[in-house]
Design a protein around this ligand. Structure first.
Ligand SMILES: *Cc1c(COP(=O)(O)O)cnc(C)c1O
Length: 381
């Protein structure tokens, strides 16, 4: 079976993890801050807080921004459920902004229209979480302009996007947002097995996310609220969690950072080859905005209305090609239907879902494998 995505692990990665296993620290050692520094250097963000998943990163990001009961958080319905769940963890209410039907990314016009209504009703969101689907940046300049006009915070869910850029700014630089989040799950651009990071340019937000990552506990002598009792003493200042990243994970992530640009270049080249192979058939692709460079996490085709997506999906799988669908709209999940969302609430998202098909795309995809994917799909079209 040709998978739709797969990690790329080399001897350097293995050596980096083994070195940690032989060292004194398996957690809370020097590798996590080294990985955080590498993320800052790469993205240009001032602070990075590494945690055990992007889901945890989204949670501590919401907490740091003060999301709580009574608040609204808006995100995209075309995403992994974690982008919405983070708000529910904080006791807030979730709502969705419809996507652009050709990109699957949050539509700035739909956002503006929804903000107008919310303003009139006095229920503006505290945070909006745009998701860079496929690694293609949302129109962040437009979303940032709305953020300052209507006064909400922005968390970029850049789980798909490390290595990409928008208007010359790296995703994760937080040029257009308060916080950005990356995922290092094995199918994403680089991996730490499980892991995530939140970047920000705000020292206070970074400190809060660092606190929530580890039980709300600080050992910083300058921050103690009571007299220091001695070297064993620490204080809990907030209700935090154990969301720490291990040293093995950080060492793997750090080692993978060395090949990030190579991975992104390989993904872009494969994407170009897919585009070229279907020009004569006029196949519609989900593509990045003009002023963006994508990390190309996903290669998504939008199949024409006349074709049976399920039949094509099954035929590809039968041929040993693990195509996928990203994503079943979050508002149609039974859990979210119980919260009051219904079919037809976000028509562009539902249209996108019905037509999208993700093809295999990962740096180790061979020429032969890609030819097989192309030939099989061409036959079916
Ligand atoms: C993968 C993913 C997440 C969650 O990442 P984890 O590291 O697995 O927690 C969140 N949002 C999006 C868009 C994702 O693709």
């Amino acid at each position: 079976m040709i998978p739709y995505g797969k990690q790329h692990i080399n001897q350097d990665d293995i050596d980096a993890v083994v070195e940690v296993l032989r060292s004194d620290y398996l957690t809370q050692g020097p590798k996590v801050p080294a990985f955080e520094h590498a993320i800052c250097d790469y993205t240009g963000a001032q602070y990075a807080v590494a945690v055990n998943s992007a889901t945890s990163a989204l949670h501590v990001a919401c907490l740091a921004l003060g999301v709580a009961a009574g608040d609204y958080v808006w995100t995209s319905p075309i995403t992994f459920v974690a982008s919405a769940n983070c708000a529910l963890y904080c006791g807030a209410k979730v709502d969705f902004v419809d996507v652009d039907a050709t990109t699957g990314n949050m539509c700035p016009e739909a956002l503006q229209a929804k903000l107008e209504v919310a303003k009139a009703q006095g229920c503006l969101p505290k945070v909006v979480i745009p998701v860079h689907l496929c690694g293609h940046s949302c129109d962040m300049a437009a979303i940032a302009a709305l953020a300052s006009e209507y006064g909400f915070y922005v968390i970029e869910d850049a789980s798909h996007g490390i290595g990409g850029s928008h208007q010359g700014n790296k995703l994760g630089s937080c040029c257009y947002s308060d916080i950005s989040v990356f995922s290092f799950h094995p199918v994403k651009i680089i991996t730490s097995a499980e892991g995530g990071v939140a970047t920000t340019n705000n020292a206070d937000l970074a400190a809060k996310m660092g606190l929530y990552r580890s039980h709300g506990i600080t050992r910083d002598p300058h921050k103690m609220q009571r007299p220091d009792e001695g070297d064993w003493y620490y204080e809990q200042h907030a209700l935090g969690f154990n969301y720490r990243m291990t040293e093995m994970q950080a060492a793997l992530g750090l080692s993978q950072m060395a090949r990030l640009n190579e991975f992104v270049a390989a993904r872009n080249q494969l994407a170009t080859q897919y585009h070229q192979a279907f020009v004569d058939l006029n196949l519609q692709w989900v593509t990045p905005l003009e002023n963006s460079h994508s990390a190309y996490h996903l290669m998504v085709a939008l199949l024409p209305e006349t074709l049976d997506r399920k039949a094509i999906f099954n035929a590809m799988r039968d041929a040993g090609i693990c195509v996928h669908v990203h994503y079943f709209p979050v508002h149609l999940q039974p859990y979210y239907q119980d919260l009051g969302f219904a079919e037809h609430d976000f028509p562009h998202a539902e249209y996108f879902y019905r037509h999208c098909l993700s093809l295999p795309l990962f740096p180790a995809l061979t020429v032969d494998e890609q030819h097989k994917v192309i030939a099989t799909l061409r036959d079916l079209l």
